[in-house]
Write a protein that binds this ligand. Sequence first.
Ligand SMILES: Nc1nc2c(ncn2[C@@H]2O[C@H](COP(=O)(O)OP(=O)(O)OP(=O)(O)O)[C@@H](O)[C@H]2O)c(=O)[nH]1
Ligand SMILES: [Mg+2]
Length: 323
Amino acid sequence: MTSTNELAAAIRAGDRTALARGITLVESRRDSDVPAAEALLHALLPATGRSIRVGITGAPGVGKSTLIEALGLDLCGSGHRVAVLAVDPSSAVTGGSILGDKTRMGELSRHANAFIRPSPGGDTLGGVAARTREAMLLCEAAGHDVVLVETIGTGQSEVAVHGMVDFFLLLLSPAAGDELQGIKRGVMELADGVLVHKADGDLAAAADRAAQQCLLAMRVLHSGEANPPPVLVGSSVTRRGLAELWQTIAVRLQHAHDRGTFAARRSRQAGDWLDTVVRERLLAEFLGNPEVAAAMARARDEVARGVQLPGAAARALLALRRR
Ligand SMILES: Nc1nc2c(ncn2[C@@H]2O[C@H](COP(=O)(O)OP(=O)(O)OP(=O)(O)O)[C@@H](O)[C@H]2O)c(=O)[nH]1
Ligand SMILES: [Mg+2]
């Protein structure tokens, strides 16, 4: 039985088994694990925050994992220590990711400088995202100076991942001209940069055209801004544009540092995280009360049958708390 302090020391020393154990501890949903998990995070807090956090989103199959593998290998090769995490909303329901992220990033997962962790399970997307954020802190304490977070599946997880990274990269396919209509405007607005991916072989010309269209769209979205998000073109197969991509991200983050917006964004994210956790826990506590749960089931039934209004039913339910 190792103590929390021993585990914290082993994580800081870069022991991968300890890091994996630490993440398992903070991902645990057993009440009895909460004190040790919080103590571990508290002990490691001073060693966190010193990484570049990049979120990678895009439609299924656009090549997020392949890009992470290619970029991750380049970064590890130049001495960085890369951690790869994922947020998978479906794992909120199924209670654990069964996706073979590690097998899709086979070479990277075997690299001594890389650490790959699939999405945690959870009761809600908020819960999954909170555990990923905490895993990120542990990875930083273990000395990983680049954290890449992949959003899995469609929709939902983008806002959560945007809320935990310094740079949110949107991947588009070369068919993006058609795709732009399908991509939710909200995701375009969240993006700090866009990469039109798979710009190789027969797709290269289409990728360049898509990038032009996307650039126009981004200029409209960010009109009046001195430094609108960059739109790049690249391929994980030929590695075209990958060095430029990382260089662009690094330069923009350096500017953000210099202007103070980097620190401001992280502070805002921490505050938002607190709000989310409070909301989630209040709700879980409220609905965990058997009396409330029974009343909630009755109220749902009445609302569904149209014999009660949602607003009035909610007021009656919330009144149960004050009794
Ligand atoms: N031509 C070409 N194909 C690519 C490139 N990158 C990835 N692919 C292919 O695209 C397919 C999907 O790649 P993934 O990396 O699994 O895509 P993903 O976005 O992570 O997919 P999900 O995690 O399922 O959403 C695979 O067959 C890859 O080989 C690229 O740069 N060029
Ligand atoms: Mg993937």
